[in-house]
Design a protein around this ligand. Structure first.
Ligand code: DC
Length: 229
């Protein structure tokens, strides 16, 4: 069967990555979490002290970009993808509140986006890929055969994030998370470079009231429809 490209975009904490991961596994495709790449650059900047009271030291970060290596490898035990920053597994660290609350301004930098989009396009060259993010259907793979735009209410998304962090034993406050979700929505939609928006040819999926199983069935149906045509 001909392999296609699947682009999943939408607001933060919509369960995009769970959905994309499950779909990739079900159809035997590679899964790439593009948000993890922006998070890895954010972690790198935090560690280097590039966040200053005067703003981000963009000059230093831009100079470092060619030396920032981001890759994914499968955890040999869980078989889940781990994000690596210059060879180090940073999967856990990039999901914490420190990175979450600093990632939006990093994702708004044109030179960061250009470098990561190039890398994402390289990863998707052979097709047979599910990538999730904010600009996958609009900027990274505008020709993707299947595009999905996911949304859910901010309160439901904050609750999901809260449950996720709690399950991992990471401390979190629901109020802080909700504020973070709302702030990120605003920045994601209003930034100058590649703002979050639904591609005209993307299917809209509001999963506020859907179970993971219902969502899975719907996605598989869309996949079958597109690959048959
Ligand atoms: O999906 P996430 O929450 O892990 O994404 C982290 C941040 O990166 C979020 O603020 C939006 C940004 N992002 C982006 O601008 N473009 C992408 N393709 C993916 C994520």
């Amino acid at each position: 069967m001909k392999k296609i490209t699947i682009a999943i975009d939408g607001f933060s904490s919509c369960g995009k990555s769970t959905m994309a991961k499950d779909l990739a596994r079900a159809v035997g495709y590679i899964y790439i979490d593009s948000g993890a790449m922006y998070r890895a650059v954010t972690l790198y900047s935090l560690r280097k002290g590039y966040f200053t009271p005067e703003g981000i030291d963009t000059e230093a970060l831009e100079k470092d970009m060619p030396a920032i290596d981001i890759s994914f490898r499968l955890d040999p035990e869980t078989h889940l993808p781990q994000t690596c920053l210059n060879g180090e597994n940073v999967e856990r660290e990039i999901r914490g509140m420190e990175v979450s609350s600093h990632v939006s301004p990093i994702a708004a930098l044109g030179f960061v986006r250009r470098a990561l989009v190039r890398l994402q396009q390289e990863m998707g060259k052979a097709k047979g890929i599910v990538m999730d993010g904010r600009d996958i259907g609009t900027a990274v793979f505008p020709d993707a055969e299947l595009k999905i735009f996911v949304t859910a209410s901010p309160e439901i998304r904050a609750q999901r994030r809260y449950d996720e962090l709690k399950a991992k034993g990471q401390p979190a406050s629901y109020e802080d998370i909700l504020k973070n979700v709302q702030e990120r929505d605003y920045i994601d939609q209003h930034r100058e470079v590649s703002p979050l928006r639904k591609a005209d040819d993307a299917l809209l999926l509001d999963n506020s009231l859907l179970t993971i199983e219902e969502q899975k069935a719907w996605l598989l149906e869309q996949f079958k429809r597109v690959t048959k045509g």
